[in-house]
Design a protein around this ligand. Structure first.
Ligand code: FMN
Length: 739
């Protein structure tokens, strides 16, 4: 719901809000510029009477004196019937410069207030301010929810580049944007008279003035009592008209002054509404508070950037969820299908199930698991299809499911069947589906059908499961769905470096480039030949010959490096590793990239501790290679023998010399001083604690056994700091890519 509230006004109002923000940012500079160009006496030094006296000496035809919120004094006068306006020095009354408001400022102001379209534009600007208010509040709430509460609002944000940028800009600017949006909405309401700006109450013109000879303006008692800092405007009586009076407006109120006696007549102090308006005007424009104006202006500059990143996030999310035809609303559906997926293949199965049930006359609502609703009014059953990721964890479209489930009231429970998609080669096969099933049972949800698991997207197993679900609900449902192969690119092996044969750990670093022999279509002519976008730590899926199931390898380069590099250990009988090891330079493979945004060094300059063994060094080497800013990077690397499987030895030596790598610690299990990587960690405990105290992030890549042994040692290292891996994980300061 919050997401809908956030993205809908965001998309509709994107252009309006961006124009408001950009013009607002331009106008925000004015108060500071005016302030810099004017001479402002300290409070108590110059009274309005002094100022008026000095002005009259230099401008005998003065009509009115205006003090702008920035402190600038402007005199409007007639010189031989010709009107003029000048900025004057309040200490002398002498002209500093002619007053000529810039045409550009006026145009930008009009664009900001009304899009140059009169009342219709003013209404659009008001709606834009309100949309900005909704976006700021809903965005901040969403971010707080995602990070685990308001106290963690400034914690580490995970996700894709655009998600991280969107959140970073948002939280830096949130307070200022909230102030701008609130005050802007208020001002818009006063423009249309929905809220009073307090201007409706004006002092009545005095029924009688003394009519005697006018005093010198500098002697008028009522003006002597007012400091120039409080002046808003002083209007002079019409020359020669003894029935006219001075019209004075100050920060506190307005009244008339008798030119013959200097007495204040019919004074009306500002009411509450006026005082509120003046404060809000100042908070919105920064006039009178130039530094606030600049801060608001800077914050406003983030709005177009947030609009751009927001649109990118929305677009990616739309792309990620395939189009489901005839998707019933949550409130009307009789069957709810929830999907947990990272790479989209589970969506393919869900869509086939949705179409088959809809074809059989059911009203089906299909959505990501993250959108579990508080209740489904007409639903009779729920079917949950979910993959498992990482080390038995939730895929991205299901990350919030378990937390949301806790908020669902017992009365809303539905008969539910969970179908897990996984890969039997992972030790925690379909673990997330198992966790979901257990959580539902603990919440008392009745079981429609016991948990069933599907290994490597088997079409036969899915068909069997769907037939059994169909039998339960009285529909013939043997669905034949074969996942389409992912869209691949053709890569050519450019180079390989082999290690480890002597120590029974044959490992190859393989470097691929784009194969260039495809027919040149329009897209290729337009965009040129390019590798797909990827970062070190992302995964490449490779299809071994005659096998539709991809195998995934961590990438050791980013697309900027111009090559796609992986590190592959040959496993006895391994279909894909055997295939890759048999490749010679010039041979081709078909591959696709899968982002792995969780496994990246956090932004910033904090130290990074990289720990890897064997081929696990691949992505870590990629991070060091891209460490152009030379942030501290410490690598712990474990292998068998320095003479045989010291992967990346030459590169690591070079990176140490050019400081992309701060320190290298190696452990070799078959060398004379036999050691494992966790032994080095234990020996370095003190230095590691110091790095962790300085905000270091720990990144681990390698085999599961190594990761388990390492975790034990790390817990001991952390204990004296009162920290543990669970805490570091929650802060995004301990990340793993294990296999
Ligand atoms: C990086 C990665 C980690 C995985 N971790 C597990 C796991 O721990 N347990 C499991 O059973 N399957 C695991 N899988 C397999 C996926 O769950 C399986 O391929 C699933 O069908 C993918 O569905 P999706 O394309 O909808 O995300 C993993 C796959 C990848 C690429």
């Amino acid at each position: 719901m919050l997401r809908r509230i956030h993205s809908l006004p965001g998309l509709i109002a994107a252009v309006v809000v961006s124009i408001l923000a950009l013009t607002g940012a331009v106008l925000a500079v004015n108060p500071a510029l005016e302030r810099a160009g004017s001479s402002i006496p300290p409070t108590g030094e110059v009274s309005v009477a002094d100022l008026a006296q000095r002005v009259v000496a230099h401008f005998p035809g003065v009509e009115r004196i205006v003090r702008k919120a920035s402190g600038t004094i402007v005199v409007y006068y007639f010189d031989a019937e010709v009107p003029g306006a000048a900025v004057v020095d309040p200490r002398t009354g002498v002209q500093i410069a002619p007053f000529a408001p810039s045409a550009v400022t006026r145009w930008v102001t009009d664009l900001h207030r009304s899009f140059l379209m009169g009342d219709a534009g003013r209404a659009a600007a008001g709606t834009g301010a309100f949309a900005m208010l909704v976006l700021t509040v809903s965005g901040a709430t969403m971010l707080a929810t995602r990070l685990g509460g308001w106290r963690r609002l400034f914690g580490r944000v995970r996700g894709t580049g655009s998600q991280r940028l969107h959140a970073q800009f948002g939280r830096i600017a949130a307070l200022a944007l909230l102030l701008t949006a609130l005050t802007g909405s208020y001002m818009s309401l006063t423009t249309f008279g929905i809220i009073s700006d307090g201007m409706d109450a004006e002092p009545a013109f005095p029924s009688a003035v003394n009519g005697g000879a006018p005093m010198a303006v500098g002697d008028l008692g009522a003006l002597r009592a007012i400091d120039v800092a409080d002046l808003r405007e002083l209007g002079f009586p019409y020359p020669g008209d003894l029935t006219d009076a001075y019209a004075l407006t100050t920060a506190q109120g307005a009244g008339y002054i008798d030119p013959a006696t200097g007495e204040m007549l019919s004074y009306l102090p500002n009411g509450f509404a006026r005082r509120v308006y003046e404060t809000i005007f100042m908070l919105h424009t920064g006039e009178g508070l130039w530094w606030l104006g600049l801060a608001l202006g800077l914050a406003a500059l983030t709005v177009p950037l947030m609009t751009a990143t927001g649109v990118m996030i929305w677009w990616k999310r739309r792309q990620a969820m395939p189009r489901i035809k005839a998707n019933a609303r949550a409130a009307t559906a009789d069957t709810v299908i929830l999907v947990g997926s990272e790479g989209n293949s589970t969506w393919g199965f869900a869509k086939a199930l949705h179409d088959a049930l809809t074809g059989a006359g059911h009203r089906v609502h299909t959505a990501p698991m993250n959108r579990l609703a508080g209740g489904y009014r007409n639903a009779e059953r729920m079917l949950i299809l979910t993959a498992t990721y990482g080390d038995g964890a939730a895929p991205s479209s299901a990350k919030q499911f378990l937390a949301r489930l806790q908020d669902v009231r017992a009365a809303q429970a539905l008969p539910v069947a969970v179908l897990g998609f996984g890969d039997g080669r992972f030790p925690r096969f379909c673990q997330f589906a198992k966790d979901v099933e257990a959580a539902l049972a603990a919440k008392g949800w009745p079981q429609l059908y016991p948990l069933h698991t599907i290994d490597r997207q088997s079409a036969q197993e899915f068909s069997r499961w769907s037939a059994e679900i169909g039998a339960l609900i009285g529909v013939d449902l043997a669905i034949a769905h074969t996942p389409p192969p992912p869209r691949t690119v053709s890569l050519r092996l450019a180079e390989r470096v082999d290690y480890g044969a002597e120590v029974q750990a044959p490992t190859a670093v393989l470097r691929f480039v784009l194969a260039q022999d495809r027919p040149a279509g329009f897209g290729r002519r337009l965009l040129g030949d390019r590798l797909p976008r990827f970062e070190a730590g992302d995964l490449v899926g490779i299809l071994p010959p005659d096998n539709p199931v991809p195998r995934f390898y961590s990438l050791a380069t980013s697309a900027h490096d111009g090559v796609l590099e992986i590190c592959v250990r040959k496993h006895p009988g391994g279909l894909c590793s055997g295939f890759l090891h048999a490749l010679k330079p010039g041979d081709r493979i078909d591959a696709f990239v899968r982002p792995n945004p969780e496994f990246r060094p956090a932004a910033g300059a904090a130290p990074v501790v990289l720990i890897g063994a064997g081929t696990g060094i691949g992505p870590l080497a990629g991070f060091i290679r891209r460490n152009g800013e030379r942030r501290p990077m410490h690598l712990y690397f474990g292998a068998r023998d320095p003479q045989s499987d010291f992967l990346y030895e030459a590169e690591l030596t070079k990176w140490l010399a050019d400081r992309r790598l701060t320190r290298l610690n190696t452990a070799f299990s078959r060398a004379t001083d036999q050691a494992y990587v966790q032994d080095r960690i234990a020996a370095d405990a003190e230095a590691l604690r110091s790095l962790i105290t300085h905000g270091a992030q720990i990144m681990v890549c390698g085999g599961r056994q190594m990761a388990q042994g390492l975790a034990k040692v790390l817990e001991e290292v952390l204990m004296p700091l009162g920290l543990d891996l669970v805490t570091l994980k929650a802060q995004g300061r301990y990340v793993e890519d294990v296999y």
